[in-house]
Design a protein around this ligand. Structure first.
Ligand code: MTE
Ligand code: MOS
Length: 725
């Protein structure tokens, strides 16, 4: 069948707003199958790889015996790391070994790769490997990690981080309290279920390693692979394949596969492809951090909040990954959208004998927001006040101090947003008239945009370029990756708009570290706000020196907004350059027999500065809310002896479009001066508020308080029964 060409990207007409939707530039290639994902890439002479995994959660390795291999097959392990290289996957630290050689710390950990021409042969060869272990007592929960049962896994205390924050005078607040309310909140793991499982293809040739990968962060991979092989970064070239979703799961985890594949390719002199199947991906890749959060609140005699004491504990898994930064975002979000005058926070990340947790959309904020939103809801109900009225009394506003004693510099439009969403959802009438089994809930939240503190200035130092070609096209030079969030369309729109040229004249290819500068990783909802702003400024420069028909390049480097103050040692000051804001309303019905929750209506409103494309944002809002509702009521991972019982998409169920009603989304404009056309980050805030709004609705439906996720029918039934006595 002849392939029809898709619609040409539409040119914006003068007078049109940049936010007016255009067809996504990657839509046709992705929908028609012409876009190449990692496993679609075919190379001559490729060898396939499979991971030989630990079957014990915690043990010393006494010996490893490999089976005889047929010709052309090989086992690759720590002994194959080249001299000068390191058996450590360099993320922030390199504590996670590429190949376990002395001990294993979680089930599923890589011990070796088995490599060969026929993929079908590899599983049985892996299975015939005999590893002799000396078992040690494993630790699976935060509670066990805290008491270091079986001796510490990490350091002397099992802590990857132990942070303290302090705002105002919390001790005085508790001394003055007429009443103290204390609650504990728990959340579990969540698996990313990106559409495309993890995979990479490493080719060592002529003293250089070329890596193609499904990734959010090509430059992270380059750093990790160079560290593993002990070569200069310039000897590693990373090309991002089309990446079928990431959600944070392809931020650091691809380093785990790429370093092993690179060692194998280096040892064998052949291209090596390592692609996980869905079950391996669910059972052995990084997850969202489980959390335990205790909030104690000091109240005065009238029920007003004097102060809070918050203890946040995340289960980090066996190695550090970026858990400390996830923990930072979690504690920096611990009082949510509220201005609490006196606060003490302690945050700890605990080592356990479970696959490491890592980045996942929201990055520690969703756990904190679930806790603070439910707690505020409970305080309100116990005081006999409607949660919406109680919460709005405490909203942060321009000039407020945050929990890290930073400033809210920009206008906060929560009151106006609240009016709009109350009207759109007819909230008060629905809340007042809810029959048993029906409920409506509301959540308020903010999300710090981009990297924490001075990370953009001191760690990332993003850089972009624009290259004008003789034929009038302009090529974007950035390492940003379109993981489905619409970045390739949004970047082009910004550049085309500034230059006043049609969208089709702006080119943007798959990131290739040989060809584009390091504009930073695709994470922390930073791409549009940080990299998009650099592109806007670069485009202004190019416009200023534009010569028709000439080849020319302009470059733009990140500079930190001068008003921001941050002390990285004390975690004090402006934790983020600015914040996005959101309100979610969720309406549910609970089946009286099966206790299955049904989401009836969802309304959302966001302040993300200014949308570069309204339709892309709506897509983010729908996807983020669906993922959040999955987290709230469906998605459950249970650990038994260190292995997840769920291993397929039949038992780890994520929502489909049939599970939820239409999600209505409104945006309020509040342009941010350091974002392109006023845009702020939007990719994660759309996840943050779904679970607490859902949980609040369930509470009303069953007349019981709740403090844990996920709210499966079994849990809802237990809570309802308990409440009924
Ligand atoms: N949307 C889609 N479709 N696929 C994804 O993988 N990742 C989310 C969010 N939206 C993701 C997504 C996460 S975790 C982040 S940090 C942001 O997109 C990253 O993109 P940005 O930097 O362009 O906001
Ligand atoms: Mo997103 S969790 O920062 O990739």
């Amino acid at each position: 069948m002849a392939r029809r060409k898709g619609p040409e990207p539409r040119t914006e007409q003068p007078g049109e707003r940049i936010s007016d939707p255009v067809p996504r530039v990657d839509a046709v290639a992705k929908a028609s199958g012409s876009a190449l994902y990692l496993d679609d890439i075919r190379v001559e002479g490729v060898l396939h790889a499979r991971i030989v995994r630990s079957t014990r959660p915690r043990a010393k390795i006494l010996s490893v015996r490999y089976p005889e291999t047929p010709a052309g097959y090989a086992f690759i392990d720590a002994r194959h790391i080249p001299p000068g290289g390191a058996n450590g996957i360099l993320m922030i630290r390199d504590d996670w070994p590429i190949f376990a050689d002395r001990e294993v710390r979680f089930r599923g950990q890589t011990i070796a790769l088995v490599v060969g021409p026929d993929r079908g042969m590899l599983a049985s060869l892996a299975q015939q490997t005999v590893v002799e272990y000396e078992d040690q007592v494993p630790v699976f929960t935060i509670e066990d990690s805290l008491v270091c049962s079986g001796g510490p896994i990490h350091d002397t205390d099992n802590l990857f981080a132990d942070y303290h924050l302090r705002k105002g005078d919390p001790e005085a607040a508790f001394r003055a309290a007429a009443q103290v309310v204390e609650e504990e909140f728990r959340t579990g793991w969540q698996e990313h279920i990106y559409m495309e499982p993890q995979g990479c293809l490493a080719s060592w040739k002529d003293g250089r390693l070329t890596l193609q990968a499904s990734t959010q962060c090509p430059y992270y991979l380059r750093k990790a692979v160079a560290h593993a092989l002990g070569c200069g970064k310039e000897n590693v070239r990373v090309i991002a394949a089309h990446t079928g979703g990431g959600f944070g799961g392809k931020e650091h985890y691809p380093d785990v596969l790429a370093t092993a594949a690179a060692v194998a390719s280096h040892a064998l002199g052949r291209p090596v492809k390592l692609v996980l199947d869905r079950q391996e991906d669910i059972q052995t890749t990084a997850k969202r951090h489980p959390s335990w959060i205790r909030i104690r609140t000091a109240l005065n005699a009238a029920g007003g909040i004097l102060g809070m004491d918050i203890d946040t504990r995340l289960a980090a898994g066996a190695f550090e990954t970026c858990s400390c930064i996830v923990l930072q975002r979690s504690i920096f979000t611990s009082t949510g959208a509220y201005d609490i005058p006196n606060v003490r926070v302690r945050g700890r990340a605990f080592a356990t004998n479970v696959v490491p947790s890592d980045a996942f959309r929201g990055f520690g904020a969703p756990q904190a927001l679930f806790a603070i939103e439910m707690h505020m809801d409970h305080l309100a109900r116990r005081a006999g006040v409607a949660p919406v009225d109680f919460k709005r009394r405490h909203f942060l506003s321009k000039g407020s101090l945050t929990v890290t004693n930073g400033r809210i510099y920009d206008e906060v439009l929560l009151d106006a947003m609240l009016e709009r969403i109350l009207a759109a959802s007819d909230f008060r009438a629905r809340a007042a008239s809810a029959r048993p089994g029906h409920g409506i809930g509301i959540s308020f939240f903010n999300h710090g945009c981009a990297f924490t503190g001075s990370g953009e200035r001191d760690l990332i130092k993003g850089r972009v370029g624009l290259r004008a070609l003789a034929d009038g096209h302009v090529r974007i030079l950035s390492a940003g990756v379109d993981i489905g969030q619409g970045l390739s369309t949004a970047f082009r729109k910004v550049v085309a708009r500034v230059l006043g040229i049609p969208l089709s004249r702006v080119l943007f290819d798959q990131a290739d570290t040989d060809l584009v500068p390091d504009s930073g990783p695709t994470c922390a909802s930073r791409s549009i706000m940080i990299v998009g702003y650099l592109l806007q400024e670069a485009a202004k420069k190019l416009k200023g020196c534009w010569t028709e028909g000439a080849e020319q390049e302009v470059w733009q480097e990140y500079s930190h907004p001068p008003h921001l103050v941050w002390d990285a040692e004390r975690l004090a000051g402006d934790a983020y350059p600015t914040y996005g804001w959101g309100i979610n309303v969720v309406e549910v019905a609970v089946d009286p027999l099966s206790f299955e929750p049904e989401v009836r209506n969802v309304w959302t409103i966001y302040d993300v500065g200014y949308p570069i494309d309204r339709l892309i944002l709506e897509g983010q809002a729908h996807g983020g809310m669906s993922q959040a509702l999955g987290y709230a009521c469906l998605e459950k991972l249970e650990l038994r002896d260190g292995v997840f019982l769920q291993g397929t998409m039949a038992d780890y169920c994520i929502p489909t479009s049939l599970d939820f009603p239409p999600i209505r989304t409104e945006l309020i404009e509040n342009p941010y001066p350091f974002g392109p056309f006023g845009a702020k980050g939007a990719g994660e805030i759309v996840f943050d508020g779904g679970a607490p709004a859902f949980a609040a609705a369930i509470q009303q439906a069953i007349g019981a308080e709740t403090s844990a996720l996920p709210l499966t029918p079994e849990r809802i039934r237990a809570l309802a029964r308990e409440a009924a006595g």
